[in-house]
Ligand binder design. Structure first.
Ligand SMILES: *[C@@H]1O[C@H](CO)[C@@H](O)[C@H](O)[C@H]1NC(C)=O
Ligand SMILES: *[C@@H]1O[C@H](CO)[C@@H](O)[C@H](O)[C@H]1NC(C)=O
Ligand SMILES: *[C@@H]1O[C@H](CO)[C@@H](O)[C@H](O)[C@H]1NC(C)=O
Ligand SMILES: *[C@@H]1O[C@H](CO)[C@@H](O)[C@H](O)[C@H]1NC(C)=O
Ligand SMILES: *[C@@H]1O[C@H](CO)[C@@H](O)[C@H](O)[C@H]1NC(C)=O
Length: 569
């Protein structure tokens, strides 16, 4: 069972056993117990004293620490957003001498026997010691660092994304999309490790609760049962969102259809690998109902035939808010009916230019078929299954009929003929269409589009001396994301290209042995996010895929390795 990570991880507290903790506790009481939910505002004050401090907790926690109740080894654990910014020994024997970046066993937030087994298996099979070290660091990263709460009896788990920070304080929020991706590389292990399976089931149940209440939102606060305090989101200050949200439940309400796809994907993957349908409870069913409500609402055109403007969701910044004003009173660009489902934000959390985001619709089309397959297998919710299949094929047809011109997919369209040809690094992306299961990597439209996307014809492609790939406006066009290289590996069978992309990823960790969000093409030490669990998971998932698909490229022996195919552990 994962520990409840009540840690008030004040590094300076752990330096001197007796005196310093007392001072730290005093300081904590003074600075770290602001009114519930507003602690980011004291960030500047605290930074000088506690730069490695884990995230402020309630007064109760402070009292707990003060009385020594919740300290123990947990209290000595370094905060991972700082830990991930410095290399730790031992170093790999390869030319890059990559560090060992796993927290010590007592500081890991969850331990899975199956995951440990895969790490040992892969370490002994991988040819390149640097790649082996990178796999060893990244594969368990989600479990090592992001499981902030798990209670099997309650069937609730809370998973953070990594180091999204304000003023060096990281945010305790769960993103639906990130979480689904953070667990995607463990899918094949769920049948072999019941403990890990029950964690995933608890994640699904927690998310079902969020989606049932606020289907338009993408990032959420810890469940009240966890005792974890909620975070205040500076980015949401003065942002007006309709339908309105409860900040005690919602961390951020940007509407991204792929967040809902993430929830569906995690659910069906759980079923596919365990055969257990018990996740389909009342909670889950109402979440699915809400997903269909959103799909219906967001398929409507902006104007009806009498020019009534139809808006089901709008989101806009205002004076003093960190988010800019969104035109058309928070509705952004109008859309016409095409059969596609509109989305307000991209998987990067940036605003869309046009509402119909092709790759997100592709993912939706794929996940709706999986949903129908699961429901048919367990013989439940026939009407939902029928609706899912119909919606899926409507979306698929619309993608092929309305987004492709001259054999090239547009990234976004608006139904009026407007199309934006580009790609963004975040998944779902056009480059990741084969990974998403929407089409085959040999599909001719994919191949033509891919060629364009990995060239100067894509506004967000950039090539430098040490790295080239796709970025996005989330950072800048000259900061490609390693994640785009992972997607490109999934999208090709060309050995040479795979090895080239793989080597670029392995060489661009800034010597830190983890996958970063983005990397400047101009400056080797200019990168973003040292602790990005989704990117770590996606990379490890790809390495496992290569171990099965192309063992000769990375393994000592040309025998496919399939994680999780060794029965119960
Ligand atoms: C899990 O939740 C149940 C019900 O709230 C509680 O009784 C139990 O103590 C919790 N278990 C742990 C390990 O916290
Ligand atoms: C914003 O959305 C709400 C529904 O959530 C709707 O009632 C309202 O009319 C919309 N406002 C605008 C300006 O579009
Ligand atoms: C869209 O595509 C489907 C199959 O690809 C086709 O049957 C249908 O007629 C097309 N619809 C339109 C409006 O072009
Ligand atoms: C490329 O990598 C080399 C070796 O790590 C480094 O010295 C150089 O600064 C990097 N150049 C750029 C432009 O990132
Ligand atoms: C490279 O990036 C680092 C980290 O952002 C920065 O400190 C340094 O000044 C940059 N170097 C150049 C030459 O711009």
């Amino acid at each position: 069972m994962a520990r409840r990570t009540f840690t008030v991880n004040c590094m300076k507290c752990s330096i001197k056993a007796a005196l310093v903790p007392a001072i730290c506790i005093l300081l904590l009481v003074f600075f770290c117990s602001p009114p519930h939910g507003s602690y980011y505002h004291v960030g500047h004050l605290l930074r000088t004293n506690f730069d490695m401090w884990f995230g402020p907790k309630s007064l109760l926690l402070v009292a707990g620490v003060a009385s020594g109740v919740i300290t123990g080894s947990n209290g000595q654990c370094p905060e991972y957003s700082s830990y991930s910014k410095a290399p730790h020994p031992p170093f790999s024997s390869g030319e890059l001498a990559l560090p060992y970046m796993r927290p010590s066993p007592e500081c890991r937030t969850f331990t899975s026997t199956a995951v440990e087994r895969v790490i040992e298996d892969m370490k002994s099979r991988l040819k390149d010691p640097d790649l082996a070290r990178l796999f060893e660091n990244t594969f368990p990263n989600t479990l090592d660092t992001t499981v902030k709460y798990f209670n099997e009896t309650e069937n609730l788990a809370f998973i953070i994304t990594g180091d999204i920070t304000f003023d060096d304080f990281y945010v305790m929020a769960q993103w639906l999309r990130d979480t689904a991706n953070q667990f995607a590389h463990y899918h094949s292990l769920l049948g072999a490790d019941p403990h890990l399976a029950s964690l995933v089931k608890a994640v699904i149940n927690n998310e079902a609760r969020y989606v049932a209440q606020f289907p338009y939102c993408g990032a959420f606060q810890p469940p009240p049962e966890s005792g974890l305090s909620t975070s205040h989101n500076d980015w949401a200050d003065n942002v007006i969102v309709n339908p309105p949200v409860d900040p005690k439940v919602v961390f951020e309400c940007k509407y991204e259809i792929d967040s809902l796809c993430g929830f569906l994907k995690l659910s069906r993957a759980y079923y596919q690998s365990t055969g257990d349908s018990s996740f389909i409870n009342e909670n889950w069913q109402s979440a699915v109902d809400q997903i269909f409500r959103v799909i219906h609402e967001q398929s409507q055109p902006s104007f009806d035939e009498n020019f009534n403007f139809i808006s089901y969701f709008n989101w806009t910044g205002s004076r003093g808010s960190l988010s800019p004003r969104v035109n058309n009173r928070g509705n952004n660009e109008p859309k016409a009916y095409t059969g596609l489902v509109g989305t307000s934000h991209r998987p990067s959390d940036d605003l869309t230019v046009y509402a119909f985001l092709t790759p997100a619709n592709a993912m939706l089309s794929v996940e709706l078929v999986h949903l129908a397959d699961v429901l048919d297998k367990v013989d439940m919710l026939k009407d939902i299954s029928t609706k899912a299949r119909e919606t899926s094929s409507r979306i698929k047809d619309a993608i092929w009929n309305t987004t492709v011109v001259n054999d090239i997919f547009a990234y976004e369209t608006n139904g009026f003929g407007g199309r934006y040809v580009m790609d963004d690094a975040n998944v779902p992306s056009l480059l990741s269409l084969p990974y998403l299961g929407f089409l085959d990597r040999e599909d001719s439209t994919y191949r033509a589009t891919r060629k364009l996307l990995l060239s100067a014809r894509n506004p967000y492609y950039a090539a430098g001396k040490n790295i080239s790939g796709i970025g996005g406006p989330h950072i800048t066009p000259w900061h490609p994301w390693p994640m785009s290289l992972v997607s490109s590996i999934y999208g090709t069978d060309d050995d040479e290209e795979i090895l080239k992309s793989l080597s670029m990823i392995v060489k661009n960790t800034n010597g830190l042995g983890l996958i970063h969000e983005s990397q400047s093409i101009y400056n080797g030490s200019d990168y973003t996010r040292s602790w990005f669990a989704w990117a770590n998971s996606y990379f490890a998932e790809m390495v496992l895929d290569l171990a099965e698909r192309k063992p000769h490229l990375i393994l000592r022996e040309n025998t496919p390795y399939r994680a999780g195919q060794w029965g119960k552990v």
